[in-house]
Design a protein around this ligand. Structure first.
Ligand code: SF4
Length: 341
């Protein structure tokens, strides 16, 4: 077992509004080891990107965080923002979803790299900076002849690879990749996933891969965490969770995967709830085909399903916490009452 490099515990990240806060991340815990890839999945609006950004200290003004994000021996939520900024790049890297909005269109690729290295490696000579930049680009399949070009001169896939090279030039220990292959064709997507796999193999990088694409998780991740309405409702080894999903939401997500052999399109009825006023108790209960009376009245307790496989669902107990009669099926009328509570 390699060392745990990122240990997140009871993390909450809320956005302030004129009314009640948006509880985008509401008490999540997980860890990532060196050289490991954790896939974070769930529908849009479940808090995945907020979780990724909280790790990097990149939440907008007006947001509030609590809990712990422990990177090695430091709690990132307890140290000064200036210190978090200094860790961003050499320790904590981020690959954004849309490279064109992150690369400055008025500045060459060379300038992007030289400025990044100047900020984080002030003692490095110009020659070293150039060599390191060209090596990072070469690892992404971008030839040195393109170094002095502008972002608009590259295709979408190449820009995404440049973004990855920019994140990697500082060799971060933890990399958060937020939908890194969205909007790319499947060939480029395959190349990017290959690059990320090489990265963790060669540099022991701990990777948090945020995606709504379960196919990517199956291909690229060691473990998976399933997020719903601000909570991680199931986590475990990717193979185990795919073979034996414990939570009804995970099962529903897996059932809705489309493949070449799909003849019967399945979807999850309803939509993720408002994170300002989520349903009480189990947040999935208004959409859950297995909901029981207890699900609308008592928050599920995280239980161990197997080694390293945990879920937050009353179907897996603990039985002695379910009140008498709590295991009867939930009536539709009770859901409405629960939603108004
Ligand atoms: Fe469904 Fe109840 Fe499990 Fe929630 S706790 S996922 S409502 S069975």
């Amino acid at each position: 077992m390699t060392e745990v490099v990122l240990d997140v515990s009871e993390l909450r990240a809320w956005y302030g509004t004129e009314g009640d806060p948006v509880r985008a991340v509401d008490g999540v815990s997980f860890e990532i080891r060196a050289g490991e890839t954790l896939g974070l999945v769930g529908e849009s609006g479940c808090g995945k990107s907020t979780l990724g950004r909280s790790i990097l200290g990149l939440l907008p003004e007006g947001s509030a965080t609590s809990g712990e994000i422990r990177y090695r021996d430091r709690n990132l939520l307890a140290i000064a923002p200036k210190e978090v900024r200094s860790l961003r790049g050499p320790d904590l890297g981020l690959i954004f979803q849309e490279p064109m909005t992150r690369l400055d269109p008025l500045v060459t690729i060379e300038r992007h790299f030289m400025e990044t290295l100047k900020t984080h490696e002030p003692d490095m000579s110009e020659r070293e900076k150039r060599t390191q930049s060209l090596e990072a680009l070469a690892a992404m399949g971008i030839p040195p002849t393109r170094f002095k070009q502008y972002p608009h001169e590259f295709s979408g896939g190449m820009r995404q690879r440049i973004m990855i090279a920019l994140a990697l030039v500082l060799n971060p220990k933890v990399l958060v990749a937020d939908e890194p292959t969205t909007a790319l064709d499947v060939i480029v997507e395959g190349q990017i996933l290959g690059i990320l796999a090489d990265l963790r193999r060669n540099f022991d990088t701990a990777l948090l891969l945020i995606t709504h694409n379960l196919g990517i998780v199956a291909e690229a991740c060691d473990r998976v965490a399933v997020m719903y309405a601000g909570r991680i409702v199931e986590q475990g080894g990717a193979r185990t969770v795919f073979a034996e999903p414990a939570h009804p939401y995970t099962r529903a997500l897996l059932d809705s995967i489309i493949s070449l052999g799909t003849t019967d399109l399945r979807y999850i009825p309803g939509a993720p709830p408002s994170l300002i006023d989520p349903p009480p108790a189990c947040r999935f209960h208004p959409r859950c085909p297995n909901a029981m009376a207890v699900c609308a009245s008592k928050f599920p307790i995280e239980t161990r399903v197997a080694d390293g496989h945990r879920t937050e669902c009353w179907l897996h107990g603990p039985d002695d916490e379910i009140p008498p009669g709590g295991d009867r099926p939930l009536e539709r009328g009770e859901i409405a009452i629960a939603e108004e509570a």
